[in-house]
Design a protein around this ligand. Structure first.
Ligand code: NDP
Length: 270
């Protein structure tokens, strides 16, 4: 039987994951089927059980189910346990469900591909939602000089910083207490989705700095426009999406796809 995988979300029609995984499978000559499934918001565990009963071997999980996925797993990777969220479900040979989160490694691999050095860098992360929770540990493990989290709701940034304080030099605040300059600024707020820009100081960027927006679109986001006007190099989150998918594919299939051509094709399709 063909191995079956899927992405669960609600809504999920917009997901690019089926196209990404189809491209990976073509590269590696793996005969898999990968579909998008809109799970009911009140019964994610039931949707996973049904999928497994129909031959499902693994799944990606997107908004709003990452915490539900975390709760249903029998075992978790250390990074998923720390993130409190799961974006990759793997059915073990013993029938048990293993959960991992690949968003953080996806971001770090995309930064690497763009030649952004994390070691010794002053890093600012904007936002304190689910996406930030998933990427803090891998960012801190790459040895930045400092990592500051700033969020509209300051308490959430401070609490997140406290949760990962054992991993490196990290602090949290509201936007008003941001003190630059930074070598890397990662926008992980959903402000870009609404075309908004968080209130940021003008002297945010050090010379040669990179501005990274986790959101992606055919045109640069408001944040990337604003950053370009202040001399920063802009990168959007499309590469993170492809890199996190590649890490999930590796977890399922034991093969690492070449992300470059898949990213290029996806960029052309935006
Ligand atoms: P959440 O809903 O969990 O968090 C949203 C965050 O944005 C909160 O920190 C919230 O602040 C902040 N926020 C929302 N609106 C504004 C605003 N107008 N001004 C300032 N801050 C605002 O979302 P996620 O963490 O899941 O996702 C965040 C972004 O990252 C989204 O754009 C998402 O598409 C993107 N993403 C991209 C991925 C990729 O692979 N490229 C992967 C995952 C996410 P507060 O706490 O005060 O409400």
């Amino acid at each position: 039987m063909t191995d079956r995988y899927c992405v669960f979300g609600h809504p999920v029609g917009h997901s690019k994951s089926p196209a990404i995984h189809a491209a990976f499978a073509e590269q590696t000559f793996d005969a898999i089927e990968y579909t998008a499934i809109e799970a009911p918001v009140d019964d994610f565990a039931g949707a996973w059980r049904d999928f497994v009963a129909q031959g499902g071997r693994g799944a990606n999980v997107t908004v709003p189910f990452k915490e539900d996925a975390f709760r249903l797993c029998d075992t978790l990777s250390p990074r998923a346990r720390r993130a409190g969220a799961v974006n990759t479900l793997i059915l073990g040979g013993n029938g048990l469900t293993y959960g991992d989160t690949t968003d953080g490694v996806g971001l770090v691999n995309d930064l690497k591909r763009h030649g952004v050095a994390l070691a010794g860098a002053r890093v600012l992360v904007l936002g304190a939602g689910g996406a930030v929770r998933g990427v803090l540990a891998p960012l801190l493990q790459a040895s930045p000089a400092s990592l500051h989290i700033a969020n509209r709701t300051a308490d959430k940034a401070i609490a997140l910083a406290r949760d990962v304080a054992d991993l490196g030099p990290v602090s949290g605040s509201g936007f008003e207490a941001i003190e630059g300059p930074f070598d890397l600024v990662i926008n992980a707020t959903s402000a870009s989705l609404a075309g908004d820009l968080p209130p940021l100081p003008d002297d945010l960027f050090a010379p040669g700095a990179t501005a990274y927006d986790m959101m992606y679109a055919a045109e640069p986001t408001v944040f990337l426009h604003w950053a370009a006007e202040r001399g920063a190099r802009g990168v959007d989150g499309l590469g993170m999406l492809v890199e996190q998918a590649a890490e999930s594919f590796f977890q399922w299939r034991g093969k690492r796809p070449d992300t470059g051509p898949v990213l290029e094709a996806l960029r052309r399709s935006l």
